[in-house]
Design a binder for this molecule. Sequence first.
Ligand SMILES: NC(=O)c1ccc[n+]([C@@H]2O[C@H](COP(=O)([O-])OP(=O)(O)OC[C@H]3O[C@@H](n4cnc5c(N)ncnc54)[C@H](O)[C@@H]3O)[C@@H](O)[C@H]2O)c1
Length: 257
Amino acid sequence: MNLTNQYPSLKEKVVLITGGASGIGANLVEAFCLQSKRVVFIDILVDQAQKLISDLERKGLYTQPYFYKCDLTDIKSLKETIAKISEEIGTIDVLVNNAANDDRHDFREVTVEYWDERIAVNLRHYFFSAQAVYPMMKAKGGGSIINFGSMSWYATHGGMPGYTSSKAAIEGLTRGLARDMGADNIRVNTLVPGWVMTRRQLQNALADESARNKVRDSQCIREFVIPENISAMALFLASDDARMCTSQHFIVDGGMI
Ligand SMILES: NC(=O)c1ccc[n+]([C@@H]2O[C@H](COP(=O)([O-])OP(=O)(O)OC[C@H]3O[C@@H](n4cnc5c(N)ncnc54)[C@H](O)[C@@H]3O)[C@@H](O)[C@H]2O)c1
């Protein structure tokens, strides 16, 4: 981890990250553990979550994160998990809605059930997590909610309409909730990653080196976007330094779109 900035305002904050076991989420967990004493993450991947915790333990430098297993498509379980976290770890100050699934699907073959499932994994839990943490943040005098969007729909990517529709809707969700929650000093923003070289992306769409280079060369800054670049923005948006930033989207894509 090469991030060096410190945000003293995050030290005592309870940070909840969804989808923290792998990909960008795992980097977010590590980055927040360098700042805060109480970092919690939710995921369905128990093995990956345990591996992340032992990797961080091995590094020896960090606050250890807390892991709660939860399938975010099950809203009852999500609400129960957030209530449990608030009792066991503390009421939440920062919510990072990161979990998603960008499985490709041909629009000709999408059924009603599959469409609903795409919305459930990519959009629905963003709203219900925000709804669940709202009373906690209000009672604490404020908070920060960071919703993960995507550059895919800006760049007119096809092959995953359930995902791109959800990611576009998240920006509307952000702006509406920012208005509804702003009077309680709760900030809501969208963080829009560019194409980030996670293991999953490298295994799938970007397995081929020429495809990877094409992505890089479409950016103004011709370097691969890495998870740390995204975490850097998330830390800032979570911190009090971003106190007048709300209702916006912040794109970290090396200038691709
Ligand atoms: N990687 C990229 O290039 C890229 C580009 C644009 C936007 N994004 C966005 O950034 C965020 C992170 O992306 P990523 O590439 O790290 O994704 P990823 O698929 O690698 O990781 C997502 C994490 O969410 C978890 N998750 C998925 N469904 C879940 C469920 N039902 N319950 C609990 N956990 C669940 C997964 O287990 C995984 O740990 C997402 O919101 C994604 O849309 C990523």
